[in-house]
Design a protein around this ligand. Structure first.
Ligand code: NDP
Length: 498
């Protein structure tokens, strides 16, 4: 197989953005960032700690309380967001390639993410001017209206699976709403968020309005969750960390938005368009190496087509070409880190021990091009029992559990038999049945005869232990707004109560 050797470039040292300046961490500590497909050193980034996070929070606090930001109009904020979108579009190619090198995903997916990140800034740039309250004019001698105001200083903590896109999902609605922000990318994948810093500076946000601080969750992330100067924390990541953040945020009763994991059911009925369902089941499970909170990692298949569907998936699976995400034709990259590969391989071992039938993959791909990366083959377990750990726990890798079901009632019961409630898919040509089933599913994002497409204009978030609140769409900006009731007395006479 022809592989594209990682480009040899001088190793860049990045700066982070604090109070309108590109700075290094206090003490100058740096962290090496490597390519998960090749082990190549890509860049060095500031390794900050609590002191740096405190500085960024203080800058965001000042910018919110006393800077010019409070006086900007929604039109001005919208224009700034459009400039960020333009900056991302102008650099979309290099951002996508950098995302591949840092995170591992295939180039086509990273290109999609870069375009979507720009579109997210555009959507919220437009939405900034469309935030309205309500008015009420009863009783006759008074008037009451609702003002929507920014929540304040926001700590935003993002994961490693969609580094640029998650930065956009967090920054755009908060800035459109008039908040100030401190964004913390994942230690593993900070590069595209750091590439955003000059774009944010060029756009012309006042100092301190938007800050990006790189460093570990233990330290920087904790400070954002705990700080009494932060009004809201928004987090995307694992459920265990999400729970910790929610607890840390109780100190000053911050507003909290959590977008956590999932163990999402993808239900195929016997009357589904067979080829579409085969494609959809593979894409749901293996896009982005399965490192997706909304991955369709539990495939529920009606018994009548179970054997046939699994056979068709196995026939098609060799098309999921593994390799460096920049190599033409590659459809699946490495996992993000050695530790994460250990976790995923641990689950594959558990699946075998529990008696699930391994029908695809389960190991590391062979060949020199895979030796230095954290690759795992696309893996399918068949005849998985709903009680098995591989059916219940979020693996967050290319591991699909197939569970047969007898009828619609059983499909719904199995689908909802999870502590999570992020996403779900249904495949059937009977649209009435499809909608009926979707309405029974306890999940925040659902698809009929498709899987994964999502829109900046529509809400994203989960039921149950998949989190609190919604991102994106109108809901996304609401999450960064306070609601103030304003009452006006139109009666000039004294109240006369006493
Ligand atoms: P985490 O949820 O731990 O990390 C997400 C972000 O939170 C990172 O920026 C991380 O910092 C930060 N963080 C970690 N601990 C704290 C803390 N105590 N306070 C504040 N911030 C913190 O993801 P992991 O990388 O550890 O992955 C663990 C599992 O989570 C995965 O295997 C997967 O199951 C799930 N996950 C779910 C995601 C989703 O989109 N829902 C995304 C990523 C993971 P840093 O890592 O830089 O130290």
């Amino acid at each position: 197989m022809k592989t594209l050797a990682p480009k040899k470039t001088a190793v860049k040292t990045y700066a982070m953005l604090v109070d309108g300046k590109l700075v290094q961490a206090e003490g100058g500590a740096l962290r090496d960032i490597t390519d998960p497909a090749s082990g190549e050193l890509l860049a060095r980034v500031p390794e900050s700690g609590r002191a740096d996070a405190k500085k960024a929070v203080a800058a965001a606090r000042r910018a919110f309380d006393s800077g010019p930001w409070r006086k900007t109009t929604a039109q001005d904020r919208g224009r700034l967001l459009f400039k960020v979108a333009e900056g991302i579009r102008a650099r979309a190619k290099s951002l996508a390639e950098l995302e591949v090198r840092n995170m591992g995903k295939p180039l086509a997916e990273a290109e999609y993410d870069a375009a979507d990140a720009a579109a997210c800034f555009e959507f919220y740039g437009g939405l900034a001017t469309k935030v309205h309250g309500e008015t009420m004019s009863v009783p006759a001698n008074s008037m009451s209206f609702v003002l929507r105001e920014p929540v304040g200083v926001c700590g935003q903590i993002i994961p490693w699976n969609y580094p640029l896109l998650m930065a956009a999902w967090k920054l755009a609605p908060a800035l459109a709403a008039g908040c100030t922000v401190v964004l913390k990318p994942s230690e593993l994948t900070p590069l595209t968020a750091l590439e955003l810093c000059p774009i944010l500076l060029e756009a012309g946000f006042p100092d301190g309005v938007v800050n990006v601080v790189t460093g570990p969750g233990a330290g920087v992330g904790e400070e954002l969750a705990e700080s009494p100067l932060v009004d809201k924390v928004a987090f995307t990541g694992g459920t265990v960390t999400g729970r910790r953040i929610a607890q840390a945020a109780t100190g000053n009763l911050k507003k909290v938005t959590l977008e956590l994991g999932g163990k999402n059911p993808n239900i195929v009925f016997a009357d589904a368009d067979f080829e579409a369902a085969v494609d959809g089941a593979l894409f749901a499970a293996f896009a982005n190496q399965g490192e997706v909170c909304s991955a369709g990692s539990r495939l529920l298949v009606e018994k009548k087509v179970h054997k046939e569907l699994v056979a068709a998936m196995l026939k098609k699976a060799p098309r999921i070409k593994l390799g460096h995400g920049l190599t033409p034709g590659v459809k699946m990259g490495p996992l993000v880190s050695s530790a994460h590969r250990d976790k995923v391989e641990g689950y594959i071992k558990v699946g075998k021990e529990e008696g699930a039938k391994l029908v695809l993959g389960g190991g590391r791909p062979k060949g020199a091009e895979f030796d230095k990366g954290w690759f795992v083959e696309p893996t399918i377990f068949d005849h998985v029992k709903p009680s098995m750990r591989v059916a219940r726990e979020e693996i967050f890798g290319p591991v699909l559990s197939v569970i047969p079901f007898a009828d619609e009632a059983e499909a719904v019961r199995l689908a909802n038999d999870t502590e999570y409630g992020l996403a779900a898919g249904v495949w059937t040509t009977n649209v009435t049945k499809g909608v009926r089933v979707l309405r029974e599913l306890r999940a925040g994002i659902t698809w009929l005869n498709t899987y994964h497409p999502t829109f900046n204009e529509m809400p994203w978030g989960g039921y149950k232990q998949s989190g609190y609140g919604r991102e994106l769409g109108l809901y996304g900006i609401q999450a960064y707004l306070e609601t103030k009731q304003v009452n006006i007395n139109l009666d000039e006479a004294p109240l006369g109560w006493y």
